[in-house]
Design a protein around this ligand. Structure first.
Ligand SMILES: N[C@@H](CCC(=O)N[C@@H](CS)C(=O)NCC(=O)O)C(=O)O
Length: 225
């Protein structure tokens, strides 16, 4: 069994890999990156991941970055956990990569524009008025498509949960946590509630709660707004 250490920050997209690891049930540790103190850009962290981002997974001390790669690696390394459905052709496998890339490359940047608009333009006060509304419009288009997909089956790939559902769980939590109106998407709401019932999701969230308490005690917790 490889030694696994995941660099995380509360509310970040590292939640998806944390859920994946909890679903697998493998032993792993997390290391809290204090983003409010810019620890992700410290010399020490940049040695591990020069991009200064979480999640970063240390596999026997070797760093793997990017959600698409980390989640694909976890699914391949621990096939019994069925983080992704079994595939029989390269094309089927690449379609799953396309789904993960859709979340990482298309949806995540819109999440950032909604949840952290101040990262997008210099004027942090105006960012909420200027950046957020068009991002919400972009997100509505995607959520309409996803809601229609989830009208057909409880999970992204049908009857069985996959890590793509964990990714959607993080997206939904992140945007609804800052007031995104999800009332037009009942199937995604149901999906979110179903995710909340999963013991692995609950364990991942409990890990995050511990880190939030640490950050609060250090006055380094920035609640989503
Ligand atoms: N493409 C990367 C994006 C990772 C990313 O943007 N992580 C954010 C948290 S959600 C982060 O580390 N932010 C810290 C920063 O940008 O300073 C992935 O999918 O893993």
């Amino acid at each position: 069994m490889p030694n696994l250490m995941l660099f995380v920050a509360p509310n970040s997209c590292a939640r998806v890999a944390t859920i994946g690891l909890e679903e697998i049930g493998v032993s792993f540790e997390t290391s809290l990156v204090r983003t409010a103190a810019n620890q992700q850009n410290s010399a020490e962290f940049l040695k591990v991941n020069p991009k200064g981002k979480v999640p970063t997974l240390l596999i026997d001390g070797m760093p793997l970055t990017e959600n698409v790669a980390i989640l694909s690696w976890l699914a391949a390394e621990f096939p019994d956990a069925h983080l992704l459905p079994a595939t029989h052709t390269k094309l089927e496998q690449l379609k799953q990569t396309a789904d993960l890339a859709f979340f990482a490359g298309t949806i995540h940047p819109i999440v950032t524009r909604i949840a952290m608009p101040m990262k997008t333009i210099a004027d942090s006060t105006l960012s909420f008025e200027i950046v957020r509304p068009p991002a919400i419009k972009d997100m509505n288009k995607i959520m309409t498509m996803i809601d229609a997909r989830l009208a057909q089956s409880p999970w992204w790939y049908g009857a069985d949960w996959s890590i793509v559902d964990g990714y959607l769980y993080w997206v939904w939590a992140r945007i609804s946590g800052v007031g995104y109106d999800g009332s037009a998407y009942p199937n995604i709401q149901r999906h979110f509630a179903l995710n909340n019932e999963r013991p692995a999701v609950q364990r991942a969230m409990a890990r995050e709660d511990v880190n939030i308490e640490i950050l609060k005690s250090e006055n380094l917790y920035r609640a989503p707004r």
